[in-house]
Design a protein around this ligand. Structure first.
Ligand SMILES: [Zn+2]
Ligand SMILES: [Zn+2]
Length: 226
């Protein structure tokens, strides 16, 4: 288990790139394109974070979560008979479509920001704050936006194996029904969110579980529960 960091959302709209942000200018490795949905739309950058150095194999990585503006579902892993999530699950057919509607990236050399910011969301700064997590009697962690610590598991804890065989490791939690403010003049999210904000995975709580082997920059599964 990694140390716990609460992720606090600032209120002052960003005017320039920041490495820890909701929306904003994605920091991507050289050669990494801004990911697209199966529908051809560019995915919305929901947030990005530099992971603290004491986060084991993920220390110092840059985490980004993208999700389509118009396509939303709960993410349910498609598991092979040997218990691994299907090969190249980040690009594999999902829910009857030829690819998933989200992309989580761990980047190790994300030195430069993209030229333009995410247009659909208000760019807001994020701050990581170390805190001491008190577990519930059933061993569950705080139900907040956080990195590390212990998931608050709305249901039973889940374990998943990456296509490469490694056990996925929990790194970040987005609480149920978290709201991401829409940028002025941008359309509402067709299927979810609500007035003035977008949501992720139909409002499910999200536990990002990443491959400790870094077998691919996109080898992270967004576990959904409610
Ligand atoms: Zn889409
Ligand atoms: Zn892997």
């Amino acid at each position: 288990m990694f140390p716990a960091y609460a992720v606090d959302v600032g209120s002052e709209v960003l005017e320039r790139p920041a490495r820890n942000s909701i929306g904003g200018w994605p920091f991507l490795d050289e050669g990494q394109e801004w990911p697209e949905c199966f529908c051809g739309e560019r995915l919305v950058l929901f947030f990005q974070l530099d992971l603290p150095l004491d986060l084991g194999p993920f220390g110092g990585d840059h985490l980004l979560l993208f999700h389509c503006r118009t396509h939303e579902e709960a993410a349910i892993p498609d598991t092979s008979e040997d218990g691994r999530i299907v090969p190249e699950y980040w690009d594999a057919p999902y829910a009857g479509e030829d690819r998933p509607f989200w992309r989580v990236l761990l980047q190790s050399r994300a030195a430069k920001p993209w030229a333009d910011p995410e247009p659909f969301l208000r760019a807001l700064p994020l701050t990581l704050r170390a805190f001491t997590e008190t577990l519930s009697e059933r061993g569950k962690g705080a139900q907040i936006f956080k990195v590390g610590g212990t998931p608050s598991w709305a249901q039973d804890p889940e374990r998943h194996r990456c296509a490469c065989g490694a056990e996925l490791v929990y790194v970040c939690q987005v609480p149920e029904s978290m709201e991401f403010a829409v940028a002025p003049g941008q359309p509402e999210q067709p299927d979810g969110g609500g007035h003035g904000h977008y949501g992720l995975f139909l409002g499910n709580e999200v536990y990002l579980m990443a491959c400790p082997e870094h077998c691919d920059p996109a080898a992270t599964w967004p576990v959904n529960q409610n």
